[in-house]
Design a protein around this ligand. Structure first.
Ligand SMILES: *Cc1c(COP(=O)(O)O)cnc(C)c1O
Length: 361
């Protein structure tokens, strides 16, 4: 028997979430963000399913190449642009679009030997203070690009929101104001919104939206889960019970011996752990579903196994199904217990997991 830990991917849920983006931002085009192996859901699998997207957004040229080589013919945008001059031959050959966020990148384009002008997106730093030109630099950058025969004349503009997952954030209002002001002086398509912008900030939708997380049926908004936005989880992480034992009152369970049985009780051992991408910090008290019933993790997850309190179950057997997150148990909740965000959990599922793909409503 192979290890029972599996990732289950539901393509129907993925398409459903895409349709939710369409109805939330009906006047915007959609760049489906598929970086980091489509947040752990499988780059090619997801891109094929969402091939009606206006474009795909990736983090680097390796991801872009993989998409083209799999036959994806939609625009592909390198969200962080080129990292080195060596990338330009493939950018030209495979017709990728690039974000430009730094003067060094403009220099790289000018020094490259491309002959077909590249489509570019100017990234403006309106307050995230990660990538992008300051608003004061925009005019100079715009002129520099206009003068270059290597840049396609249709330049688009984007910015990234720092705090959109807080529906009451002044930061987003400020960023939007700054972006609208600098863009008033230029013509070209505009893009602001990530998933949180799409869900909580309609004014940020403008020409093109860039959903990532919500496509995968996960909420970026604090204390909300997929169902609050009528989204459906695409990934379920599941496994099976591989042992059940009765542990005596006062005995500890697991590494570090920091959970003690308050009474003599049944303990289940689940075949999944941080070696599969389940967070080590999701320890005692983290919810877990055994046969669809809510139980709790006890002790610390180890590399391949997790220990569970089975006292709530009347009947339970070795081989019973365990859900660690997904359809019946929001990954947002598990992330909270682990002191992290759902992005980290789904993008961190390990390659050793068996992947099951299904397609049902
Ligand atoms: C990752 C990313 C997105 C998608 O963000 P979500 O919060 O997952 O919707 C959008 N735009 C850029 C530039 C990104 O890097």
């Amino acid at each position: 028997m192979t290890r029972p830990a599996q990732v289950v991917i539901n393509l129907a849920a993925l398409r459903y979430n895409y349709s939710r983006v369409c109805s939330l931002a009906p006047n915007s085009k959609i760049i489906s963000v598929v970086k980091a192996d489509a947040y752990g859901h499988g780059l090619i699998r997801v891109a094929r399913e969402l091939n009606q997207s206006y474009a795909f957004g990736v983090a680097c040229i390796d991801e872009a190449r993989e998409l083209r080589e799999a036959g994806i013919d939609k625009p592909i945008i390198l969200l962080e642009g080129a990292y080195s001059p060596a990338e330009f031959s493939d950018i030209e050959k495979m017709n990728f679009e690039i974000v430009i966020h730094h003067h060094d990148q403009i220099k790289m384009i000018e020094q490259s030997s491309i002959s077909v002008p590249i489509k570019t997106w100017i990234k403006i730093d309106t307050g995230m203070h990660r990538l992008g030109f300051f608003p004061t630099e925009l005019e100079m950058v715009r002129n520099r690009l206009r003068d270059s025969s290597k840049i396609h004349p249709d330049v688009a503009f984007m910015t990234h929101l720092a705090d959109a997952s807080d529906p009451d954030s002044n930061k987003t209002i400020n960023q939007l104001e700054i972006f609208n002001k600098v863009c008033a002086a230029v013509s070209g398509k505009r893009s602001i919104a990530n998933s949180a912008g799409i869900l909580a900030w309609p004014d940020t939708h403008v020409d093109i939206v860039r959903p990532g997380l919500m496509l995968y049926g996960i909420s970026p908004i604090e204390n909300k889960t997929a169902s609050d936005h009528d989204l459906k989880p695409v990934m379920t992480l599941q496994s099976k019970l591989i042992s059940i034992k009765t542990v005596r009152k006062g005995e500890s369970v697991g590494y570090g011996a920091d959970w003690y049985c308050p009474e003599t009780m049944p303990v289940g051992i689940v075949a999944a752990g941080y070696g599969d991408g389940f967070p080590r910090h999701a320890s005692s008290g983290t919810p877990i579903l055994i046969n669809g019933k809510l139980c709790q993790i006890i002790g610390n997850p180890s590399m391949d196994m997790i220990t569970v309190d089975l006292r709530k179950l009347d009947t339970v057997n070795i081989g019973d199904t365990v859900e660690l997150w997904g359809n019946g148990l929001p990954v947002e909740q598990i992330a909270k217990h682990a002191g992290t965000i759902p992005y980290e959990l789904v993008s961190g599922v390990h390659k050793r997991l068996q992947v099951i793909v299904h397609d049902q409503d």
